[in-house]
Design a protein around this ligand. Structure first.
Ligand SMILES: O=C(O)CCC(=O)C(=O)O
Ligand SMILES: [Mn+2]
Length: 201
């Protein structure tokens, strides 16, 4: 059974819901300006073949106390919810119909910033994790491919004020990326809300 009656993307073995104008442009502008100014951005390094490379974007992890999240090979303690992030979380929870206890913020400063192929399938997210992703700022292409297949099967444009919800078995069968591009891109800020099982109170 599909979780969402109005699912916009009907790929096999997924539950994907894309809401392009989830918030209006004026509110999205306001969130973007505040988050750009107030977020405690970090640029962790990853080790690849013995060499250290800064990840090609800026990151920040906020969440309930105890919601430690591992990315770029390191466990990150959560920063406490700000009033704005908590307000956005409540709105996302109302649309997604699920409690969420952490948010990873990604800042793609230009077209050179990117996120490689991956699934959000860490054990701490549980069996069929719901990931709710809010996009602010410049539009970027979000690609999906089946695990084990290199060809991109589907792409969607993630626009200012949109919400993409991935649920069900999506993370078992599919990977996603935001690819680097030579096109001019305005800065894009993405918030992916998650529910960490070990962080539940
Ligand atoms: O920037 C995006 O839309 C994707 C972010 C993402 O996949 C993640 O944070 O796991
Ligand atoms: Mn992801």
């Amino acid at each position: 059974m599909q979780l969402f009656a109005d699912a916009c993307l009907s790929l096999p073995d997924t539950e994907l819901r894309l809401v392009p104008g989830w918030v209006d442009a004026a509110l999205a502008d306001d969130w973007l300006a505040q988050l750009l100014a107030d977020t405690a951005w970090q640029q962790p390094e990853v080790r690849l073949y013995g060499r250290r490379h800064p990840v090609p974007r800026l990151l920040a992890w906020y969440g309930d106390a105890g919601c430690h999240y591992r990315y770029s090979g390191i466990s990150h303690a959560p920063l406490p919810w700000t009033p704005l992030l908590n307000g956005i979380r409540q709105r996302v929870e109302a649309t997604a119909g699920q409690r969420l206890n952490g948010v990873l913020l990604n800042l793609y400063r230009d077209g050179q910033d990117a996120m490689g192929w991956h699934s959000d399938d860490e054990a701490i997210l549980g069996r069929n994790p719901l990931i709710a992703s809010v996009s602010l700022g410049g539009e970027r292409r979000f690609d999906l491919r089946r695990k084990g297949v290199s060809r991109i099967e589907h792409s969607v444009a993630l626009t200012h004020g949109s919400l993409l919800v991935m649920a069900g078995a999506t993370q078992h069968h599919w990977q996603h990326q935001v690819a680097r591009t030579r096109k001019h891109c305005a800065p894009r800020l993405n918030l992916t809300f998650r529910f960490l099982r070990s962080g539940q109170s």
